[in-house]
Design a protein around this ligand. Structure first.
Ligand SMILES: NC(=O)c1ccc[n+]([C@@H]2O[C@H](COP(=O)([O-])OP(=O)(O)OC[C@H]3O[C@@H](n4cnc5c(N)ncnc54)[C@H](OP(=O)(O)O)[C@@H]3O)[C@@H](O)[C@H]2O)c1
Length: 189
């Protein structure tokens, strides 16, 4: 069954990036690339990606600076209300509006509901839009030993989650949760 997974790193106080979209606090952390909940094993189970425009522009700007190639071979949906320039060699599909239509297109790209999982790369509100539509199945976080006090929020919604797995990967707490839905106290009686 193709699941929608929000796999991301976060600070202990729940930020994906600082207010200037810097990830310097993340890049200097130690991790075991073969360790718990590692990226290589995760991406092997993924068939398509979706990201918001801030994340896309951050990746694109970094590639321009470093001269590296687009890092994902998989079809990638970029959500934006603007017409953004594409990255050469990347399999990109720009979209806007309701994420349910994007989810349907992503499912089709992975061969239907029995296909590979779908990765919400970020940011937090985009993951929230999938949760609002009842489409977010799992959240996997690498919690860095950093607090920032302000920045781009991890998942600005009110949701109940169930902890499925929690372990250490070098500097990080690595944890996997199932999304249960809106907070119990927010649900109609
Ligand atoms: N810690 C990590 O591992 C990690 C992972 C991912 C990202 N990040 C960082 O976290 C930050 C996230 O930035 P962010 O919170 O601004 O989120 P984002 O999701 O990357 O970008 C948000 C923007 O995407 C566009 N968008 C989102 N949903 C849309 C929709 N349904 N229709 C049309 N457009 C839509 C809107 O911009 P426009 O319409 O104006 O284009 C919106 O302002 C970035 O700095 C990113 O690099 C960190």
């Amino acid at each position: 069954m193709s699941r929608v997974v929000f796999y991301t790193a976060t600070t202990l106080d729940g930020f994906l990036a600082d207010p200037d979209d810097s990830l310097d606090w993340l890049m200097r952390q130690e991790q075991d690339h073969q360790g718990a909940l590692n990226y290589e094993e995760f991406i092997a189970g993924i068939g398509a990606l979706v990201m918001g425009s801030t994340t896309y522009e951050w990746v694109r700007d970094n590639l321009e600076r470093s001269g590296e190639a687009w890092p994902y071979e998989l079809p990638t949906w970029v959500m934006s209300s603007r017409d953004l320039p594409a990255v050469e060699g990347a399999d990109l599909r720009f979209a806007r509006g309701d994420v349910r239509a994007v989810h349907a297109a992503m499912l089709e790209a992975v061969g239907g509901p029995a296909g590979k999982d779908l990765w919400v790369v970020g940011g937090g509100d985009l993951a929230g839009q999938f949760a609002d539509a009842g489409l977010l199945d799992e959240v996997v976080v690498y919690v860095a030993p950093v607090v920032l006090g302000a920045g781009r929020p991890l998942l600005p919604r009110r949701l109940d989650l169930e902890l499925l797995e929690a372990t250490q990967n070098k500097a990080f707490v690595a944890a996997r949760y199932r999304v249960l839905g809106p907070l119990a106290e927010d649900r109609p009686a």
